[in-house]
Ligand binder design. Structure first.
Ligand code: RP5
Length: 184
């Protein structure tokens, strides 16, 4: 069950994903993951975007198991109105790189914590892109999922002052919690 979190969205809730039956507003961010098994981690990215009221779409697309779908999604993403893509995968984590190869939209990579190597494999596979095809790689697991969403909001905020204001408020609330922490 997802934890209820505070919202920095002053307007109506516009975030949605492929699990929703509600008709979607245009998605600005695509959260793409290599497997259903990544969802427990990547739901944190979706929840963070929802907090900011950012319309997004969550999908399972595998670079290895469904390569043509990965190519089709990324190569049509810009014309469908996406502005940022988050690509999450574990192990031989080529998804973010493959998506980046098919689009000039910013691609943020989130390495999943893998069973065999605890995510080090995912991190190296995601981060070590050849010069010319950038992927901005975040931390392994949940912190990376949350930060990918925050990074996406930062990118969108460049042309949306209301999102910039929400980011300022988010940071202020975060700092206030630290200042108010009392150790017993
Ligand atoms: C990757 O392989 C996925 O992103 C996932 O993290 C990992 C394992 O996938 P499953 O075997 O659980 O489907 O492609």
């Amino acid at each position: 069950m997802a934890k209820k979190k505070g919202s920095f969205n002053s307007g109506s809730k516009s975030a949605q994903n492929s699990k929703s039956e509600i008709p979607n507003p245009k998605s600005l961010v695509g959260i793409i993951m290599g497997s259903q098994s990544d969802w427990d981690t990547m739901r944190n990215a979706s929840e963070t975007l929802t907090q900011f009221g950012v319309a997004h779409e969550c999908r399972v697309i595998s670079a290895h198991r469904s390569p043509s779908l990965a190519s089709e999604f990324a190569s049509t993403a810009e014309s469908r109105g996406f502005e940022v893509i988050i690509g999450a995968a574990g192990g031989a984590a080529h998804l973010a790189g493959v998506l980046a190869a098919h689009t000039t939209l910013p691609v943020l990579g989130v390495p999943m914590r893998s069973e065999a190597l605890n995510g080090l494999d995912s991190l190296l596979a995601t981060v070590q892109m050849p010069g010319g095809i950038p992927v901005a790689t975040l931390a392994i697991g949940k912190p990376g999922a949350v930060n990918a969403a925050l990074f996406a909001v930062s990118i969108l905020a460049n042309s949306r002052p209301e999102l910039r204001e929400k980011l300022h408020r988010f940071r202020a609330v975060q700092e206030e919690k630290i200042r108010a922490t009392v150790l017993v």
